[in-house]
Design a protein around this ligand. Structure first.
Ligand code: ADP
Ligand code: MG
Length: 338
């Protein structure tokens, strides 16, 4: 076969696979968009593990009528306009790819009303084969995105979906991570019409209530609050002093969930150096650092990051957590670990 440039539709479907490989990835992107839009209430509705329907509603800033079609275009974003912006990014999104990708592989309807606009409008696309259709609609201030029949036009990917239960568990995990990071926002999760979580906004002062609701009172009761900072890094969060075979671990860097070897290693070393044995503890931590000191552009789903000074970040985390362990060791009997 000779070399050809792919038709845009095909190129979009291929690119879509990298951003939205399964329902939970769609939910992550759409929930992040709600937060970027300043929403204080977010509803997530799932039907059939997300394969049949994913609906996300927010009360955020909305999208004006004349930008509805643009929002669905690849590399169309309101959050970034130069490569320099990437270094001072405070929003969750920045690639302008999520909506385009989701639209390429589902039957998508986006309905939105900015507070400044009298009417709501909806834009509908089906696998982006046709031009988006825009029509008047009824909607309160904010945005609803409904994605039906995910991967209906990419059967290979559709077959790759796991059972409804497995896909829903992944969605639930994504929902939890985001809900943990924003106790100031109210969240509802529904699965096949049933409410799974109905989380009131509790604010950062009462964040532990949010953790109780999401992780259970048992785990929440073991968590010790701590805060620590140096010139440019600051961390706050909760850590348990009991090692567990299946610890609950959430680590956020500038509000973004991260799975990072540097972090895991730092907490392990702290534990080992204080308790003189290996172990993994539960934690929920929020690290804040200058955006230019961390590269979040490493991974399409943004779960990996690269620290400019990873040794410094490692030692900072280790020291802060070690303090919690040392304090606990002074008050706890030695037989507390499972
Ligand atoms: P990105 O988040 O990287 O900018 P997306 O494809 O996720 O790219 O979204 C494209 C644009 O659509 C966003 O930049 C934003 O302007 C708008 N948008 C998407 N979702 C929402 C929403 N829930 N509320 C308001 N605006 C939104
Ligand atoms: Mg986005």
């Amino acid at each position: 076969m000779s070399i050809q440039v792919l038709p845009p539709q095909v190129a979009n479907q291929i690119a879509a696979g990298e951003v939205v490989e399964r329902p939970s990835a769609v939910v992550k992107e759409l929930m992040e968009n709600c937060l970027d839009a300043g929403a204080t209430r977010i509803l997530v509705e799932i039907v059939n593990g997300g394969a049949k329907k994913i609906l996300i509603r927010d009360n955020g800033c909305g999208i004006p009528q004349n930008e509805l079609a643009l929002a669905l275009k690849r590399h169309a974003t309101s959050k970034l306009s130069s490569i320099q912006d990437l270094n001072r990014l405070t929003s969750m999104g920045f690639r302008g790819e999520a909506l385009a990708s989701i639209a390429a592989v589902s039957r998508l309807t986006l309905t939105s009303k900015p507070a400044s606009q009298n009417m709501a409008y909806a834009v509908e696309v089906e696998g982006i084969a046709q031009e988006p259709k825009i029509s008047p609609a009824s909607h309160p201030d904010g945005t609803t995105i409904e994605a039906l029949d995910l991967f209906f036009n990419t059967p290979a990917r559709r077959r790759f979906l796991k059972s409804e239960k497995t896909e829903f568990l992944q969605v639930e995990e994504v929902f939890k991570r985001i809900a943990i990071s924003r106790p100031d926002v109210a969240f509802v999760l529904k699965n096949n019409g049933k409410v799974v979580y109905d989380l009131k906004a509790v604010g950062f002062q009462n964040e532990i209530r949010r953790l109780e609701a999401l992780l259970g009172k048992g785990i929440a009761s073991e968590l010790n609050f701590f805060e620590w900072s140096d010139t440019s890094l600051s961390i706050r969060g909760y850590v348990s002093v009991r090692a567990k075979s299946k610890p609950v671990q959430y680590f956020f860097v500038n509000g973004r969930i991260v799975r990072d070897k540097v972090v895991i290693h730092a907490v392990r070393e702290a534990y080992e150096s204080v308790f003189a044995e290996k172990g993994d503890v539960s934690y929920v931590c929020f690290l804040q650092m200058p955006p230019e000191d961390v590269d979040i552009n490493v991974h399409p789903q943004k779960s990996e990051v690269r620290f400019q000074e990873s040794r410094r970040v490692h030692d900072f985390i280790q020291t802060s957590v070690m303090n919690v362990f040392r304090n606990a060791q002074m008050v706890l009997p030695e037989t507390m670990n499972d």
